[in-house]
Design a protein around this ligand. Structure first.
Ligand code: C2O
Ligand code: CU
Ligand code: CU
Length: 505
């Protein structure tokens, strides 16, 4: 599979082609397509009716055992009938919950019309065998038994699972395949956090046609910027309501499960108190009015119910994540340029994602002052540099590149030693933002363009803005083997912006 290539010739219509050609984009982008990155959502598999399985699976006596099945389903998104890809018929997928030290067994069946696999985003578990192995290729009709143990010292936090079969990731995620994986532990026992009202918010976006069917990715042509849909859902519903106990605390655990869309979140009249980034607690709450979540990222926030009781909106504010330089971002064909599709929809409009109402009063719960300690990592033994960019490759076309290369399964791009600490400088020399994601090991952000991060925290996904250099510090621990790092705009990942990392003993 030539993953770094964009093939967009197929369904392009003449008017669009002429517009593009006259815009000087040149013919080099249009190369032959031997295999499609496309049409994966036009499922040949039969449509299954909706089912009613549990929405939460918790471990008991140290074991979480669950059957997960991926298939094409009729699903309700609020009042809207949709036909999506779903785990156990649900969008978002059932929430899995375990504790540090628990064993997890997932009997996974692929009833999609394409190969797939399961990735546990952010979990610190082995990248090999039947654990978090993204190199598996589970064919249609096959069942695979995943099994892993959550280490005893694993952080308590918000993680999530999604498909990771290279070349099909964006397509399958955009079909709806994503679910929460929650590790419960010490963090949840902090008294103020325990007393807070807990809610999960899974943010997804969809591009559906008039009948609720997934729009073929060939039709919306937003692959280069990363596909976005104009139907945004929170927990599978457009604009759901949440309630906050007056005088109390609301704890929101938010995941951006969209393949490309960024969310710039704000609640009217209520600041967020950030308590965890990705799957890890901060040392103390950080107050912020706006919260930017790139694809893949999670955040936990506390919200104080200390305003006039009433109705407040959760907004998604405009954010410009850049565009393909040559195509002029959203330029060419107006707001929804042919390359743009729904690209950067939230460039200049705010959307209402959810509504927050006040509930009856409870006894005042204060904000916690201290959370969990975030260690200072030792100085790095090795410093590496990674350049993220897209570019024209002669005879190939548009490619998404790390250090000038697009992804190849067989190539080892980086080798590191277990039990060492490294600094990685991620340099974005392109015209679009790229959220960098590393599997298996968490890292701390040290600086952006040389400016130290304002607070210390662990992450597994960090935004590297266009033109920015972000320095991260990684401690490689516990597991050897081959894994990956990539851009979490999943079209970019599928189009080559991924590389293999080997952790050696
Ligand atoms: Cu959320 Cu490599 O993925
Ligand atoms: Cu991941
Ligand atoms: Cu990217």
């Amino acid at each position: 599979m030539e993953a770094g290539v964009i093939c967009i010739m197929k369904k392009i219509n003449r008017r669009h082609f002429l517009a593009l050609a006259s815009a000087g984009a040149g013919a080099a982008i249009f190369t032959s397509c031997t295999r499609g990155n496309f049409s994966q959502t036009s499922p040949k598999a039969s449509l299954k009716p909706a089912i009613d399985l549990p929405k939460l699976h918790k471990s008991s006596n140290g074991l979480l055992e669950v059957d997960l099945e991926a298939s094409y389903r009729a699903v309700k998104l609020g009042d809207k009938q949709a036909y999506l890809l779903a785990y156990n018929g649900q969008v978002p997928a059932p929430r899995l919950e375990a504790k540090p030290g628990d064993k997890v067994r997932i009997r996974f069946t692929n009833n999609l019309s394409n190969p797939t696999n399961l990735h546990q985003h952010g979990l610190h578990i082995p990248p090999t065998g039947n654990a978090d192995n993204v190199f598996l290729n589970i064919k249609p009709g096959e069942t695979f038994n995943y099994e892993f143990t959550i280490p005893k010292n694993h952080p308590a936090g918000t993680f999530w699972y999604h498909p990771h079969r290279h070349g099909l990731v964006a397509e399958q995620l955009f079909g709806g395949l994503a679910g929460l994986f929650v590790v419960r532990g010490d963090f949840d026992e902090i008294p103020e956090i325990k007393a807070a009202k807990e809610e999960f918010l899974v943010l997804q976006d969809f591009a559906l046609d008039g009948e609720g069917k997934l729009v073929d990715s060939e039709a919306h042509m937003s692959l280069m910027s990363g596909r976005e849909g104009d139907l945004i859902t929170v927990n599978g519903k457009p604009n759901p309501s949440f309630s906050i106990p007056q005088n109390g605390l609301l704890r929101w655990r938010i995941v951006n499960a969209s393949p490309s869309r960024f969310y710039q979140l704000m609640i009217e009249n209520h600041p967020f108190y950030l308590i965890a980034t990705d799957g890890n607690a901060l040392s103390e709450p950080v107050e912020t009015n706006q919260l930017l979540l790139t694809p893949g990222q999670r955040a936990e926030v506390l919200i104080q119910g200390n305003q006039q009781p009433g109705e407040y909106r959760l907004l998604n504010l405009p954010y410009n994540r850049g565009g393909m330089g040559m195509m002029g971002g959203r330029g060419m064909m107006g707001g929804r340029g042919m390359m743009g599709g729904n690209n950067n929809d939230n460039n200049n409009t705010s959307a209402v994602l959810a509504t927050v109402n006040y509930d009856s009063a409870v006894e005042t719960i204060p904000l916690p002052t201290k959370l969990l300690s975030v260690p200072i990592l030792p100085k790095p033994q090795q410093v590496r540099r990674f350049t993220f960019n897209h570019g024209m490759r002669p005879g190939v076309g548009m490619a998404f590149l790390i250090n000038g290369k697009s992804y190849e399964h067989q190539r080892i791009d980086t080798q590191v030693k277990l039990n060492t600490v490294e600094d990685w400088e991620i340099v974005n020399t392109g015209t679009m933002d790229h959220p960098f994601h590393l599997h298996v090991n968490h890292f701390q952000v040290i600086s952006r363009n040389g400016t130290p991060e304002p607070y210390r925290s662990w992450r597994d996904t960090v935004l590297v803005r266009k033109g920015e250099t972000v320095r991260i510090r990684i401690s490689f621990r516990d597991y050897t083997g081959k894994t990956v790092y990539h851009c979490h705009i999943l079209d970019h990942e599928d189009l080559g912006m991924m590389a293999n990392l080997e952790i050696l003993n």
